[in-house]
Design a protein around this ligand. Structure first.
Ligand SMILES: Cc1cc2nc3c(=O)[nH]c(=O)nc-3n(C[C@H](O)[C@H](O)[C@H](O)COP(=O)(O)OP(=O)(O)OC[C@H]3O[C@@H](n4cnc5c(N)ncnc54)[C@H](O)[C@@H]3O)c2cc1C
Length: 381
């Protein structure tokens, strides 16, 4: 259910100020420490950010998709690691439960996810299984009393601090996605272990690691949906997640454009601010045009999703366009800053590295192209 306009405007205003006054001054520290300060995490919990997408009856804010993408755009105006720290609770870590959980599963977990008391992760990718995610090898074998879960999941966001994993594992002999089921696996079950956090190109402060399951005994009550539905659940979760990520891309692009305008208005060459050179203006115009187009696509798709329309194609198109767009905007930003764009102190090279991930996770650009083409061919245009 949508918030009333006044409450939602107040929320946006609070987040905007929080991003500008609290988070942006910490960006260099987060990069240097590769960690989000604990007090900031507590403040984000108090603001309800961990429960943006979870219904009010479970203690969340219960935002519509349109409201959520508007919030994600605001959060995009700072280092994406801040958003990532609660991004799994809002998106891929909770939405399987929201979409396919039983009333008992929801009552047990959603209030703790919404408050940030526990952290959730989504475990689909494996060492040999990435884009072809229906081919998961992790197995959950029924032994007559419970499932025995074994396998390794790779590049799992927030695994270092997760309390609960949504795990896609093979339960049947059916080929591809049809043999895959989804499970809620608490971190404290015997046989669950977490690898070392990976060193990454960017988004310092957001961690990914392997999650290893070694003969973990998982009760049937922890299965999400029926056997064989896990891949479908995962795809629905990602479909929704793509819109959120697209919105973050729009936010980062808008921030970069504002930074470029400020820098170009200040920096003088050939006796005038570089903003007065038309070749700089052309770059600003291209970035602005693309960011506006992405914003419109994201907002329109989110509104259509709220109306119950099938937006599989549009969500993929939004993710594809917005993630590629912010890459081009970041590249132009480095160019507009000149040498300073390459130097860490100015923060532009950091965002340039940060945004590279958006073209890869939750489905690479190539996978989005395949989805867009498949759905367009299916629809006949
Ligand atoms: C920082 C980070 C966080 C992540 N977080 C999570 C997470 O929380 N949970 C999770 O489950 N996963 C997560 N991932 C994994 C991510 O979703 C995968 O990396 C991504 O889906 C791509 O899979 P891959 O890395 O195995 O690449 P591959 O699938 O091996 O792809 C390699 C290249 O081949 C291309 N390719 C593959 N198939 C085709 C095709 N049919 N046609 C054309 N080109 C193709 C790809 O587009 C890519 O360019 C994360 C990854 C990173 C880096």
């Amino acid at each position: 259910m949508a918030l009333d306009a006044e409450t939602f405007d107040a929320l946006i205003d609070t987040i905007r100020r929080f991003v500008a006054e609290r988070l942006r001054p910490l960006e260099a520290d987060v990069e240097a420490q590769d960690a989000i300060p604990d007090d900031v995490t507590q403040e984000m919990k108090a603001m309800g950010l961990f429960g943006l997408s979870i219904a009010e009856e479970y203690g969340g804010l219960g935002l519509t998709m349109l409201e959520e993408v508007k919030v994600a755009i605001e959060l995009g105006r700072t280092t994406p690691a801040f958003r990532s720290s609660f991004g799994t609770n809002v998106g891929i870590g909770s939405q399987g439960l929201v979409m396919a959980g039983s009333p008992e599963q929801k009552a047990e977990w959603l209030p703790k996810i919404a408050s940030g008391e526990i952290i959730t992760s989504f475990a689909l990718t494996e060492p040999d299984v990435g884009s072809d995610s229906g081919a998961v090898k992790t197995k959950a074998v029924w032994d007559g009393q419970a499932y025995r879960l074994s396998g390794t999941k790779r590049f799992i966001t927030n695994a270092d601090k997760a309390d609960l994993f949504t795990v896609m594992a093979r339960t049947g002999d059916e080929p591809g996605g049809r043999g895959v089921s989804a499970f809620l696996v608490p971190r404290d079950l015997a046989g669950v272990s977490i690898g070392e956090s990976e060193k990454k190109m960017g988004q310092k402060g957001a961690k990914v690691a392997d999650v290893i399951f070694d003969e973990v005994v998982v009760p049937v009550e922890n299965r999400l949906g029926a056997e064989g539905e896990g891949f479908k659940i995962a795809m629905r979760v990602l479909d929704r997640g793509r819109l959120h990520i697209s919105a973050v891309c729009v936010g980062v692009a808008e921030r970069l454009i504002a930074d470029c305008v400020a820098y170009a208005s200040e920096r003088k060459q050939f006796g005038k601010p570089i903003a007065e050179h038309q070749l700089i203006q052309a770059m600003i115009a291209d970035s602005k045009t693309e960011a506006l187009a992405a914003r419109a696509l994201v907002l329109e798709t989110a509104a259509a999703k709220d109306e119950g329309k099938d937006v599989v194609m549009e969500s993929a198109a939004a993710k594809y366009f917005a993630s590629e767009m912010v890459g081009r905007v970041a590249d132009r930003a480095v160019q507009i800053y000149g040498g300073a764009g390459y130097i860490a102190d100015y923060g532009i090279e950091r965002l340039y590295r940060d945004v590279r991930l958006f073209r890869i996770y939750e489905g690479t650009s190539q996978i989005q192209q395949l989805i867009i083409a498949r759905e367009t061919l299916k629809r006949g245009g």
